[in-house]
Write a protein that binds this ligand. Structure first.
Ligand SMILES: NC(=O)c1ccc[n+]([C@@H]2O[C@H](COP(=O)([O-])OP(=O)(O)OC[C@H]3O[C@@H](n4cnc5c(N)ncnc54)[C@H](O)[C@@H]3O)[C@@H](O)[C@H]2O)c1
Length: 439
């Protein structure tokens, strides 16, 4: 499918500052990884922006550049990192504490990691019950806290000599919140911040501060955060890219790989039972039922959207879907996820699939953070504003325009992402029709 015209994309000049809310397992694994890659002691495995290619033109054309050579992305050497956390530990100490990466590797990265000291967080224990910390801002109300963040961001940008910034929420999962009337417009949202309204969670205060400061924002947790009309309209107004929610790693990644395959062969599903044991701080936070509820909603929606029970009632009506997470400290970040999938085939004969995924959550999440930082910055330089649905590939609950159902099938998501890159560069979109080879 031909595309009219190549988009204007501003060059990636100068330094890109990546501001991370939360300096825990995911953030430190991401930063340490980028520093290790810069040093030449590791490869960016799992990162589409660094290792992925994009096919251009016909299959016979033999044009398959690396994505990073095809679109003008910021280079890793130009990335600098800042963070907020409720604990004052440097990125080095926080990484040691998270226990994801080996001490020996962290030792080699001590100098850059020690320099990253978290700024004081906007935090309220009402929204993350299992945590309390001392590195926290105080202010008269939520609006004033947002102003403090805005000033701090400007100062950080100046000090670190950055030409552009992106912000990514990689902090703990907040309690489940539904959209509230105060989330409807920017005016009602700002008034609610002044009134210290309960419907304004800390994650929304960061997102507001980012959008007010002209910074694109991605949400790596399942909290509502930027998925509310007030902040979506602020992103549109300030021409800023936003995306979320909840990094797609581990069990949900597997679901969005396997479920499209089962559906493609018209195999039915009686039920899908998923359980996890997890021993990191994320697991501890999710042990609180209110935070788990946010996560559960995010994890449960995936199969419904992929399998479309309304379209295929004989195959998928009333399947049972259960998701459990159990906090089990001995495992640390090395989660174990079990899936039991009850499927049925020809003449209704039942079969079972068992998956035992010994995964490492933060190892799977870190390259997502890298790709999101680079693609959000690209989107921004290409003038793409509002919800970036083409980045659905990275999320468990992809944020979409209001009224549009999300696309969860990872293969469709990848095609959408690559076609967006082709579109930006004025290349033909690839439909995989392929009739031209048989003319
Ligand atoms: N690891 C994964 O594979 C994965 C996948 C999807 C989503 N997530 C989400 O990403 C987030 C981070 O995961 P993690 O494993 O790094 O967790 P973590 O507990 O190791 O790190 C989160 C950090 O955020 C800090 N924090 C909490 N509230 C804050 C606030 N208001 N401001 C600043 N800092 C705050 C905590 O002190 C903690 O250090 C979680 O919400 C998690 O659910 C992780």
């Amino acid at each position: 499918m031909p595309v009219a015209k190549q988009s204007e994309i501003a060059p990636a000049e100068g330094r890109l500052g990546v501001l991370l809310v939360g300096l825990g397992a995911v953030s430190t694994t991401f930063i340490a990884g980028v520093e290790a890659i810069k040093k030449g002691v590791a490869q960016p495995i799992g990162s589409l922006t660094q290792m992925g290619t994009v096919r251009l033109g016909k299959r016979t054309d033999n044009r398959v550049p690396l994505i990073k050579d095809f679109v003008p992305l910021a280079q890793l050497k130009d990335m600098v990192f800042g963070a907020w956390d409720i604990f004052p530990d440097s990125a080095y100490d926080a990484a040691l504490n998270a226990g994801v990466l080996e001490k020996e590797l962290l030792g080699q990265l001590k100098v850059p990691l020690r320099k990253i000291k978290p700024m004081k967080a906007v935090f309220d224990q009402t929204y993350v019950k299992r945590l309390s910390g001392t590195n926290v801002k105080t202010g008269k109300n939520k609006f004033e806290l947002a102003q403090q963040l805005i000033d701090e961001i400007a100062e950080w940008k100046r000090k670190n000599k950055c030409s552009r910034l992106v912000m990514i929420w990689a902090a703990s999962t907040e309690i489940f919140l539904k959209q509230h009337a105060v989330h409807k417009t920017l005016d009602s949202f700002e008034q609610a911040m002044r009134d210290n309204h309960k419907a304004i969670a800390p994650s929304m205060i960061y997102a507001y501060a980012a959008l007010k400061s002209g910074i694109p924002f991605a949400n790596g947790a399942p909290n509502l955060t930027v998925d509310i009309p007030a902040l979506m309209s602020l992103a549109d107004k300030n021409k800023l890219a936003i995306c979320g929610k909840d990094f797609k790693t581990g069990q949900t990644l597997m679901k969005t790989i396997i479920a499209p395959g089962l559906k493609s062969r018209m195999l039915g599903l009686h039920g899908w039972y998923s359980t996890n044991i997890l021993g990191n701080r994320d697991g501890e936070v999710l042990d609180d039922p209110d935070s788990f509820k946010t996560k559960e909603e995010s994890k449960l929606s995936v199969l419904e959207y992929i399998l479309q029970p309304d379209v295929y009632p004989e195959l998928y009506k009333d399947f049972s879907h259960v998701v459990r997470i159990n906090y089990y400290p001995p495992r640390g970040d090395n989660k174990e996820g079990w899936d039991n999938i009850d499927i049925f085939g020809w003449l209704g004969y039942p079969m079972q699939i068992k998956i035992d995924f010994l995964c490492r959550d933060s190892i799977l999440a870190a390259p997502i953070v890298l790709d999101l930082a680079l693609f959000l910055d690209l989107a921004q330089r290409a003038g793409m504003k509002g919800v970036q649905e083409w980045l659905s590939f990275y999320f468990k609950s992809p944020q979409t325009a209001p009224g549009l159902y999300p696309e969860h099938d990872i293969f469709i998501q990848l095609m959408k992402l690559k076609n967006t890159l082709r579109h930006l560069r004025g290349e033909d979109l690839i439909t995989h029709l392929g009739l031209e080879y048989y003319d």
